[in-house]
Design a protein around this ligand. Structure first.
Ligand SMILES: [Zn+2]
Length: 205
């Protein structure tokens, strides 16, 4: 009887171990991808391209390419919709994700300005985690894309300040710069940026 009890106890122990390994593997990481602008809000514009179109296209690529079931990705928008900043923040704060990444494209009168920038807010409870996320995302983008790394910066953006989760805002390049514009509008460039963001998320699990 004692022997049987021992076997039963070992059996329960093994099951518990297997369950814990199983649940570790299935641990979900949740992120919200926010495509900046949309609808009547075009964002930065040149004669033939708008920021809202680029953020939509790259967001759609993230959705297509994300096959990892242990990362759950939510989107504030996937098509060309107008969404207010407070709607976006409310959506994020209801979901309480592990991370928010807001996607944007830059514009500057100086056509030589080029490259990506990653912003975080130091006026937020999650400032330290957001800074670390911004640094890691910048490293991955610098390694996987041909975009110039302009670095991590503090930004007074509403969405970063008001999201309750770690949050970063990625300016993916300058539409006012010929090389960046060519990259941002190319399939290769959009795929590389989307893949870099996915790789960043997979690194967080
Ligand atoms: Zn923008």
């Amino acid at each position: 009887m004692k022997k049987l009890l021992k076997i039963a106890t070992v059996g329960i122990g093994c099951t518990a171990l297997l369950l814990s390994i199983f649940s570790f593997d299935k641990k979900e990481y949740t992120v919200v991808i926010d495509a900046g602008h949309g609808g009547q809000d075009y964002g930065a514009q040149t004669a033939d391209i708008s920021e809202k179109a680029l953020t939509t296209l790259i967001t759609q690529k993230i959705q297509e390419k994300m096959k990892d079931e242990s990362v759950t990705v939510h989107f504030t928008r996937l098509d060309d919709q107008m969404k207010s900043l407070s709607d976006r923040v409310n959506y994020v704060n209801q979901l309480q994700p592990d991370l928010l990444i807001s996607l944007h494209v830059n514009h500057n009168k100086n056509e030589n300005a080029h490259g990506f920038e990653v912003y975080y807010s130091d006026d937020s409870k999650t400032a330290a985690t957001s800074l670390s996320q911004a640094e890691q995302l910048a490293t991955t983008l610098a390694a996987r894309t041909s975009l110039n790394n302009r670095g991590v910066k503090k930004g007074p953006f509403y969405i970063l300040k008001n999201a309750n989760c770690p949050a970063v805002l990625l300016e993916m390049g300058f539409v006012s710069n010929a090389n960046d514009k060519a990259y941002l509008t190319s399939q290769a460039g959009q795929n590389a940026i989307a893949q870099s963001i996915i790789e960043h998320l997979q690194n967080q699990k």
